[in-house]
Design a protein around this ligand. Structure first.
Ligand code: HEM
Length: 559
């Protein structure tokens, strides 16, 4: 009783007082920066807030007087996606958010985003956020400084042109099978296309990443000797249950001590680790036997690390755990990012038949000129010609980009950042993030129609010849793959995959919204866009109700 009546209120009073004092100090720190300031009485990382915020937010917004509840607009889970355009228009594209815990700086300014990306040593990646992703070992995603340089030097060469050609062929092979399945489903109906693009992207990674091809739509396949799951199923389980996998890998308890679902994921982690060990051993045996390098990422990475070891560069090569960590990082970073983009683009095309026709025109002109169907197009000749397909990817990533932000931080010294000709001093140890949705919708960079999905904004036409090419854009204004030294090494991989799939899709099929009333196409398209605009971050950007996304895939009839 004494605890409830006296100690608890005293503790609450102490906590409130301390929060006010800390908020005041942080506010003074932010004032010195000179950027617009937003104040939140509770930090978004506060655990009780995280647990209650979704039901508390509407209540606070409605009932707190004098607009005091407005802080939820920049404290909610999706604030830097669904509120950011208006916020930036109101207060500017770079601002501080002050809480009792910290000062965080956010920017959607192209000049600032470019500086943050290029000045790797001044603004380092906030890697603390990524540490749980070291399930199989340290890797290029989770490291910084000299350690990151060592990882990056060995993990980038695998993304070469030979690998791109492999990605191209495998993406077409998967797309043909996926689309065949769509066409043959009752009524050509496709519910939740992302489920299928996830499978497609996973298969492209298993083949072009690791030399393990699978067939789309083929159900259970037999695991390799000594395994309880196939390579694909183990990986798919880990990627689909990442938090459980992190936990399972960290606690390392015997499976009989774990609840059933944990035991299943733990088994997947164990299977996948053993597959990686076997693959690396096989590659080393192939090197010893004098076999030539294969074009998949794993073969090239293992050989680059072994060569580095042979050259006697000592600690410059990767340890076995680091090789496994990096092989996993390719899967982690390359799977949902690409599959989401493919799914968003497919849905957007269904809702915008005019843009679908615009891209198809290009695909048809390339297949007609080469005299082969899309599935037989060659990477070297066809990919560079499919610019409208690539612009479709860019425009999709601009408005429905997979990543929320590029998170950076200053370290022990303050750093100066120039924005619109004015210098701002960012204090030591301060988080500063590029708000990707803010950057990509900023009217200063993208004009008055920045919120409109308009793929031809990426295309410029040569006046005399009428040849189309990708239009130059403002430096720093488009960073879905980040930029500078830490630019995504899988950028080309994802572009090649996207273009190959889209070319196969549009050359043979029409994609439409599926609705109860198929006569009112405009209403069906509007309903689809409504669902799409309900996107939310769940690690990456996803539609909130994927099973409400219903499309129809119909084979084209040619005159
Ligand atoms: C549309 C597809 C993709 C998008 C939008 C994307 C986006 C990004 C972004 C924004 C980063 C920087 C993250 C940060 O520094 O905080 C990144 C890094 C990375 N991505 Fe991608 N990515 C895509 C596809 C891929 C693919 C296909 C692979 C591999 C097969 C891949 C592998 C990586 C790796 C290894 C890094 C870490 C690089 C480093 O820190 O040095 N990504 N990606």
């Amino acid at each position: 009783m004494l605890f409830i009546l006296v100690i608890l209120p005293l503790l609450a009073l102490f906590y409130t007082g301390l929060s006010i004092v800390l908020l005041f100090f942080n506010y003074r720190k932010a004032r010195k920066i000179g950027l617009p300031i937003l104040i939140t009485p509770v930090d978004p990382s506060n655990v009780p807030w995280l647990l209650c915020s979704s039901w508390l937010e509407p209540f606070l917004r409605k009932w707190l007087p004098f607009g005091l509840g407005n802080f939820v607009d920049y404290n909610s889970r999706d604030w830097n996606y669904d509120k950011i355009y208006q916020l930036q228009e109101n207060i500017g594209d770079t601002f501080c958010i002050v809480s009792p815990k910290q000062v965080r700086v956010f920017t959607g300014n192209a000049e600032a985003a470019d500086s943050l990306s290029r000045r790797r040593k001044d603004f380092v990646k906030a890697v603390a956020l990524y540490k749980p992703l070291e399930i199989f070992g340290r890797n290029v995603v989770t490291t910084e400084g000299d350690d990151w340089v060592r990882h990056r030097r060995l993990t980038t060469p695998p993304f070469n042109e030979r690998n791109s050609a492999l990605v191209w062929d495998e993406s077409k092979r998967q797309a043909v099978d996926m689309l065949h399945e769509w066409e043959n489903s009752p009524n050509g109906q496709v519910t939740n296309p992302q489920r299928d693009t996830m499978m497609l992207a996973l298969h492209v990674l298993t083949a072009a990443g690791f030399g393990r091809p699978f067939t789309f739509g083929k159900g259970l396949e037999t695991p390799s000797d000594g395994h309880t799951l196939t390579y694909r199923d183990a990986l798919s389980l880990i990627l689909g249950n990442l938090f459980t996998a992190v936990f399972a890998a960290t606690v390392n308890l015997p499976s009989w001590m774990l609840p059933r679902q944990f035991a299943e994921i733990s088994d997947a982690v164990d299977n996948f680790r053993r597959y990686m060990i076997e693959m690396v051993d096989e590659e080393r045996a192939a090197i010893a036997a004098g076999d030539s390098e294969r074009d998949n990422l794993m073969s090239i990475l293992v050989r680059a690390s072994e060569a580095s070891k042979q050259e006697g560069k000592g600690a410059r090569h990767l340890s076995d755990a680091e090789i496994y960590g990096n092989l996993f990082s390719y899967n982690l970073a390359g799977h949902e990012t690409t599959s989401n983009t493919l799914a968003y683009a497919t849905i957007l095309l269904a809702a915008h038949p005019d843009w679908q026709e615009w891209v198809r025109e290009e695909v048809d002109s390339v297949t007609t000129a080469t005299g082969v169907s899309a599935k037989d197009l060659q990477y070297e000749t066809a990919y560079p010609q499919l610019k409208r397909c690539l612009s479709l990817m860019h425009e999709t990533l601009r408005l429905f980009g997979a990543a929320r932000a590029v998170p950076k931080t200053t370290t022990v010294s303050a750093q100066t950042l120039t924005i619109n000709g004015r210098e701002y001093v960012i204090p030591p140890n301060t988080f500063i993030g590029v708000n990707l949705a803010g950057l990509h919708t900023s009217s200063a960079s993208w004009g008055k129609d920045s919120l409109a999905w308009r793929p031809n904004r990426w295309i410029t036409r040569d006046g005399k010849e009428g040849i189309e090419s990708l239009a130059p854009i403002m430096t720093g204004a488009f960073l879905p793959w980040a930029a500078g030294p830490r630019v995504c090494p899988g950028k080309k991989f994802s572009q090649v995959e996207f273009v190959a799939v889209l070319a196969c899709m549009l050359s043979e099929y029409l994609i439409e919204p599926m609705a109860d009333d198929m006569t009112d196409k405009a209403a069906a398209a509007a309903a689809l866009m409504e669902e799409l605009n309900q996107s939310s971050f769940n690690f990456l950007l996803k539609v909130k109700n994927p099973d409400r996304i219903k499309l129809r895939c119909v084979r084209r009839t040619r005159d």
